[in-house]
Design a protein around this ligand. Structure first.
Ligand code: 4AD
Ligand code: MG
Length: 477
């Protein structure tokens, strides 16, 4: 007999039929009711055990966390809380879990505790719901781009270039760490390293995606990226997934349109396909909010917030206008910001981004045309000679969720920029070639996938939306 998943079983219940399900025991009440979950869906199936029919030795092995197989008849349930239940005729123990040592007990555990049990935390309702939504979002990303004429492009993970120019990279080497070969000047000689040069884990697939956009037209990457920034915040990971579309013949307005349409589309996908998990996460968040002071509570329940973002236009504001708003804002005048905004050119901190989104505009905001000197080298210089065609999308509760730009497609302008920033032109020879041979305007952006999952699930800490988070001083598992 074929085993059902609980999701299949509940979606069209084969009443009065004999069924088999496998799963992990959530609870075993009164030696009679097993709540079984197999991860396919949030709901458990109740299995009713007539204890006269089973050996006491077997019943003793049924405890929270044990993996079991239940065979029995599916019937309408008399009890509250479920529509159907299984009257067990046979129970097989795949594997027991000792209640003395199994860490995931049927009670509320703190997020911090569960991070230490990251290999088992997906057996909690919260993490299972978050990871199912994460999976659905990933599918929605591919679906959106595939349906809109984009090709999935696999950017290399090991690279010699620092796309963002921030120098926050993890080195990849096979040199002996104690006695690396040295060159004449006493520096480590990377010529004898595996790749014959210094290499790192990629911080972004953008530069390579540009090369492919200038041949395939519209491409996107969706892969892991790595940043060795020592940021211990609820928004930063050292290993995170990024989605980077790149479009030939597109300018910054096209880029903003694409980003907004894309984000709305993936939010709509989960609203349609993850109802049960989102309702659960919304309720979880409401419970959590009750413990917070009024001022810190979110003014919208999760699903309403998702619908709000999907249904309303993002506000587009130039950096220059945003600086004016911030300079004249209450927290700036009352010196409440940690970093006061005094003049044009200041880099925006997350306190400023969140003020704009949460207090001033009260909706997602796209900021564009930033000062050239606070943005990466590849962004297109505007006519004013001091701003670049950059855009960041800011989200409530998250801050920056997208960073993107129109790229500098003019060879000489790009070379001057590279020179001014003291970047070695030889390192970027192939990137400059794209401006030598058939150059054209083009644009793209990067969406931080975990920040998107955070927004979609309402989870407060980015460490709780990726299976095994990598952060400073932490790479367990
Ligand atoms: O703004 P960033 O650095 O932009 C780029 O990397 C461009 N090359 C993208 C492009 O134009 N193709 O990063 C893009 C997004 C950020 O907006 C943020 O959502 C996310 O990636 N991000 C991080 N997410 C988690 N942890 C970190 N340490 C992150 N750094 C950036
Ligand atoms: Mg950025």
């Amino acid at each position: 007999m074929n085993a059902y998943s609980i999701k299949e079983l509940l979606s069209s219940p084969p009443l009065q039929k004999e069924v088999v399900i496998n799963g992990w025991v959530k609870t075993f009440r009164s030696n009679r009711f097993i709540a079984l979950n197999d991860g396919s869906t949030l709901s458990n199936v109740q299995c009713v055990v007539d204890f006269d029919k089973f050996e006491e030795n077997l019943l003793k092995q049924i405890a929270t966390g044990a993996a079991i197989r239940v065979t029995g008849t599916l019937v309408e349930s008399q009890g509250r809380g479920q529509s159907v239940e299984i009257q067990a005729s046979e129970i097989f123990i795949h594997g027991t879990a000792d209640p003395e040592t199994y860490p995931i007990q049927p009670k509320k555990h703190s997020m911090e505790f569960l991070r230490e049990q990251a290999h088992l935390r997906v057996r909690t309702n919260t993490f299972a719901a978050v990871m199912r939504v994460r999976s659905a979002l990933a599918f929605a990303v591919h679906q959106y781009f595939q349906q809109n004429g984009f090709y999935y492009f696999h950017a290399p993970i090991i690279t010699g270039s620092d796309a963002e120019g921030a120098g926050e990279m993890f080195r990849v080497t096979t040199l002996d760490e104690k006695t690396p070969p040295l060159d004449e000047s006493g520096e480590v000689d990377y010529k004898s390293d595996f790749f014959g040069k210094e290499t790192n884990l990629t911080v972004s697939g953008q530069l390579e995606a540009e090369s492919y956009a200038m041949g395939l037209g519209k491409v996107y990457t969706f892969g892991p990226t790595f940043r060795a920034e020592n940021s211990n915040t609820s928004r930063h990971l050292a290993e995170f997934w990024m989605i980077e579309p790149e479009v030939a013949f597109a300018d910054l307005d096209d880029n903003m349109d694409l980003a907004e349409d894309f984000i709305k589309s993936i939010i709509n996908y989960i609203l349609k396909n993850c109802e049960e998990d989102l309702s659960f996460l919304e309720k979880r968040l409401l419970d959590e909010e009750k413990t917070k002071p009024q001022a810190e509570r979110s003014d919208m329940p999760l699903i309403e917030k998702l619908k709000f973002v999907a249904d309303n236009e993002f506000k587009r504001v130039s950096y220059t206008d945003a600086i004016d708003i911030l300079r004249n804002s209450k927290p700036n005048k009352k010196k409440k910001f940690q970093y006061l905004i005094n003049e044009w050119g200041a880099d925006l901190q997350s306190e400023h981004e969140r003020y704009l989104v949460e207090k001033h505009f009260k909706c997602p905001v796209i900021l564009f045309d930033y000062p050239a000197n606070i943005k990466a080298f590849y962004m297109r210089l505007n006519e004013d000679g001091k701003t670049v065609r950059a855009m960041d999308i800011l989200f409530p509760g998250i801050g920056e969720i997208v960073g993107g730009s129109q790229r500098e497609e003019r060879l000489e302008v790009l070379r001057n920029k590279i020179k001014a920033l003291d970047i070695d032109e030889k390192e970027l020879w192939w990137y400059l070639d794209l401006r030598r041979f058939g150059t054209a305007k083009h644009s793209g952006f990067g969406l931080g996938f975990e920040r998107m999952v955070q927004f979609a699930t309402g989870m407060g800490n980015i460490r709780d939306v990726i299976p095994f988070p990598r952060t400073p001083q932490n790479a367990e598992f």
